[in-house]
Write a protein that binds this ligand. Structure first.
Ligand code: TYM
Length: 325
């Protein structure tokens, strides 16, 4: 079974990215043939600083390693180092209906957020993402809820290509976590946690204990004082319960029982402790990795070589079917 997924190097990785995606990847690397990508070409579609891009790419590689990805058990690499991604994206764009791209939720959201830079790349983003996935004959794409629509489009594009030109691509399936697929903002629990929002709304994977405690204590909660899971009535507390459960390994029911009759403040203090303990491990590993930059670069180079071999083989087949060689 082949697994593929990726993250854009656009800034701090937060606990939403971890719980929705990376945590699941770490489990999958022992069970499947996994490929994880740092999708730098996707990062160019929203405003960014060219001078900071290489740093963000390197930081994301360190994050993958610190969070538990093991380069001996999975391939990981930087998207722009494997040219086939862009080449296949062009081929696939010629069979993707414009209307499908215009109705993508993320396109609509991002063009509203950055009205000054609605570029063609932002519209074509899901085609590049389809190319990422289809190049590796992927079976499963583990992502958060916000990427589900894009993976479904990749599936539609694969089917369309295969019907028109003959079978080349596997039709990938999305894999979402039961809880964790959509971690909400700490400041507005009706909105997803996002790395492009204010830092008070998310907890970065390497944040220090003081910041973690401050942000959790300030997190928005709901009226009433019971600690119960009910996302429509109590979105704030339900979000914090999900985070508690995923980091502690306890079920939501167990946590509700533990905090029966206790107030929000006590629950939040305990959650902050759980987070501080879990994230301390990541911070330590990161510190070690930052001392050995060459090792990280080498891992990325090796990953790109392995990815290239798989990608080129699919690329050749696709070109042939389309009459290009
Ligand atoms: P990106 O970089 O926005 O997010 C990376 C991963 O984190 C998940 N995620 C969340 N999960 C739970 N709660 C949240 N609040 C939350 N915020 C983000 C995302 O769903 C994602 O899994 N287009 C993709 C990157 C991409 C990709 C791919 C993914 C490019 N090519 C091919 C899979 C396969 C993106 O922008 O993710």
């Amino acid at each position: 079974m082949r697994v593929f997924s990726g993250i854009r190097p656009t800034g701090d990785i937060h606990i939403g990215n971890y719980l929705g995606a990376i945590k699941n990847w770490v489990n999958l690397q022992d069970k499947a043939d996994c490929i994880f990508c740092i999708v730098d070409l996707h990062a160019l579609t929203t405003p960014y600083k060219a001078k900071k891009l290489q740093k963000n790419i390197f930081d994301l590689a360190v994050t993958y390693l610190a969070a538990g990805l093991n380069p001996k058990r999975c391939i990981f690499f930087v998207q722009s180092q494997v040219k086939a991604h862009v080449e296949l994206a062009w081929l696939l764009s010629t069979i993707t209906p414009l209307g499908e791209l215009q109705r993508m939720t993320q396109f609509k959201e991002k063009s509203t957020k950055h009205p000054e830079s609605i570029n063609a790349g932002l519209l074509n983003y899901p085609v590049l993402m389809a190319a990422d996935i289809l190049l590796y004959q992927t079976d499963i794409v583990p992502v958060g809820q916000d990427q589900k629509q894009h993976v479904e489009l990749a599936r539609t594009i694969a089917r369309k290509f295969n019907q028109r030109f003959g079978k080349v691509f596997k039709e990938p399936k999305v894999q979402l976590q039961k809880i964790g697929a959509k971690i909400m903002s700490l400041q507005n629990p009706n909105k997803k946690m996002s790395k492009t929002d204010s830092p008070a709304s998310y907890i970065g994977l390497f944040e220090n204990p003081r910041e973690i405690k401050q942000k959790i204590m300030a997190a928005m909660t709901d009226s009433g004082k019971e600690i119960i899971y009910n996302p429509s009535r109590k979105p704030g507390i339900s979000n914090l319960l999900s985070i508690y459960s995923l980091f502690s390994g306890k079920t939501i029911k167990q946590i509700e029982k533990e905090f029966k009759g206790k107030g929000y403040a006590q629950f939040k203090k305990s959650l902050a402790q759980v987070l501080i303990k879990s994230l301390a491990l990541f911070r330590e590993k990161r510190k070690e990795l930052l001392k050995n930059r060459t090792k990280v670069q080498k891992i990325l180079e090796n990953g790109a070589k392995k990815a290239q071999t798989i990608a080129n083989s699919t690329m050749e087949q696709a070109k042939k079917r389309m009459g290009l060689n």
